[in-house]
Design a protein around this ligand. Structure first.
Ligand code: CA
Length: 494
């Protein structure tokens, strides 16, 4: 059994878990079979788009492996169609809500967490030490607080902090520090001599924290006194957070970040389209949906610029693609550096095929806005938030805006984040069965015909509302899986 996505396609994906015997070879599951003979130089079509060119004659029924496919050039950026096919708005979806924590700035939290933000990596082990004690000695007395999280990172000093690239990690960390799930009000731990001073990190938002909530280690007398000072501030803040209660918030208050990691050739026909359907439902309910990962959008940009709501939005998308082309060129790399050994094992021949499957997550609505690296998204609807495709860097950057995360995977990743629930959707049923205590939603049922894209999309949408409300936990939350924050720093280190 195989799946062809588009009527124009001349290749299809093998569905059988054991692979498919064709002539003398066995084509593995999720790899491609030629539906007809192809001459050398002929385009190979999947999703109705050219994913490459045959570099030799390929017989009908043969395995279309990476070696027989030459990668096409990326779509040129200078003559793309701008807002030429803006999708009409879909019918509004009224009456969907979740139980969230309303914040002073109007945002809504999906969790009620005490956050200990930091200006610099130097303080991280001290903060980790204090958080272990806070969780053991204080948190049990405050049952309405979900967790205590050290917002630690590798940035803050030893960097050219005035270089243009420094703006990216600084604003990323600012928005994470003021995260909706931290009630927008963290404690802040600083060393004292670091380049990223508290005022530089938080700007105008610093006075709002109050002096008692900013602890400067070099003002303290020894380690024990430092930890005591952090715990005293934490106890006071836990008391405030404990008085908060969930209240009904419209689904429009959700900011859902989408990402894929460890993709395979099924991702573009099962989990990513199901996530795309759920993205459309969220947009119809008034929510914000972020898709990201520049190198996984670059080869599909010609499909997205026509969908931009305005010419300005389309131009902003092109600006982000161009910035990243230049960034990769500086490192003597190009977009082909994206695909991993796991992607290739999963049947993806190159970044073009991966990108065409990846953008299915963005659903079908108009692209309303584009945010640059680490900027906080304020628009509603579908937004492109530029990030690298690296899972943990993308997730870190999306945390600047999102209050819930959806992560699709084919090869499998136990990835999670401490600040927001991460919902994991598998591309294949075999993965959902092998990792039944890590995968939340199995989209592989789409490949075997047991469920439709619409059914899995609705299931995911409802699960998102349950998780946002705290009625359900994701597996990553259940196990307490929180990857380290990894801010993207394109600027120089000194
Ligand atoms: Ca990724």
């Amino acid at each position: 059994m195989h799946i062809r996505v588009n009527g124009r396609d001349n290749v299809a994906i093998i569905v059988d878990p054991e692979g498919f015997v064709s002539g003398k070879e066995r084509i593995p599951q999720s790899h491609k079979i030629a539906l007809r003979s192809l001459d050398a130089g002929e385009p190979i079509l999947r999703y109705g788009e050219t994913i490459g060119f045959a570099n030799r004659r390929i017989e009908a029924g043969a395995w279309v492996r990476e070696e027989v496919v030459d990668m096409p050039a990326a779509p040129p950026l200078d003559d793309l169609p701008l807002a030429t096919a803006v999708p009409a708005p879909l019918a509004a979806l009224d009456g969907y809500s979740f139980e969230g924590y309303r914040n002073a700035d109007g945002s809504a939290g999906t969790r009620n967490i005490l956050g200990l933000a930091t200006t610099v990596q130097c303080v991280a082990p001290t903060v980790d030490f204090a958080v272990r004690r806070i969780k053991a000695e204080l948190l049990p007395r405050f049952p309405n607080v979900d967790d205590v999280v050290a917002v630690t990172h590798s940035y803050g000093c030893g960097v050219a902090i005035d270089a243009p690239g420094a703006a990216i990690p600084i604003r990323t960390l600012k928005h994470i520090s003021l995260h909706a799930n931290l009630a927008g009000q963290p404690l802040l731990v600083s060393l004292g001599c670091e380049k990223l001073q508290p005022a530089r990190l938080l700007g105008n938002a610093l006075p709002m924290l109050g002096e008692a909530n900013v602890i400067r280690l070099q003002d303290q007398r020894g380690f024990a006194e430092t930890v005591a000072a952090i715990m005293e501030a934490a106890e006071r803040r836990l008391g405030q957070l404990d008085r908060r209660r969930r209240e009904t918030c419209p689904a429009a208050d959700l900011v859902v970040g989408l990402q894929c990691g460890g993709s395979d050739a099924f991702s573009g026909v099962t989990c990513n389209p199901a996530v795309g359907y759920a993205a459309d439902l969220l947009v119809r309910a008034g929510a914000t949906v972020l898709f990201s990962e520049v190198t996984e959008v670059r080869d599909a940009v010609h499909l997205l610029t026509p969908r931009a709501a305005t010419r300005e939005v389309a131009l902003a998308l092109i600006r982000e693609m161009r910035w990243y082309d230049d960034y990769l060129a500086l490192g003597h790399a190009d977009r082909s550096a994206n695909t991993t050994p796991g992607n290739k094992r999963g049947g993806l021949v190159n970044i073009v095929e991966k990108a065409l499957g990846s953008v299915a997550k963005a659903g079908s609505t108009a692209l309303q806005a584009v945010a640059s690296h680490g900027e906080k998204v304020v628009s509603k609807g579908l937004v492109f938030a530029a990030t690298p495709a690296s899972d943990f860097i993308c997730g870190t950057q999306q945390l600047a805006s999102m209050n819930l995360h959806v992560f699709t995977t084919g090869e499998g990743s136990p990835y999670g984040l401490s600040l927001v629930p991460v919902v994991k959707v598998s591309s294949r049923t075999a993965l959902a069965e092998k990792w039944s205590d890590l995968i939340d939603i199995d989209a592989g049922r789409i490949a075997t015909g047991q469920a439709t894209i619409e059914e899995v999309g609705w299931e995911l949408f409802r699960f998102i509302l349950d998780v946002a409300s705290g009625r359900k936990k994701t597996w990553a939350e259940h196990w307490g899986l929180g990857n380290a924050l990894a801010p993207f720093n394109p600027g120089p280190v000194t």
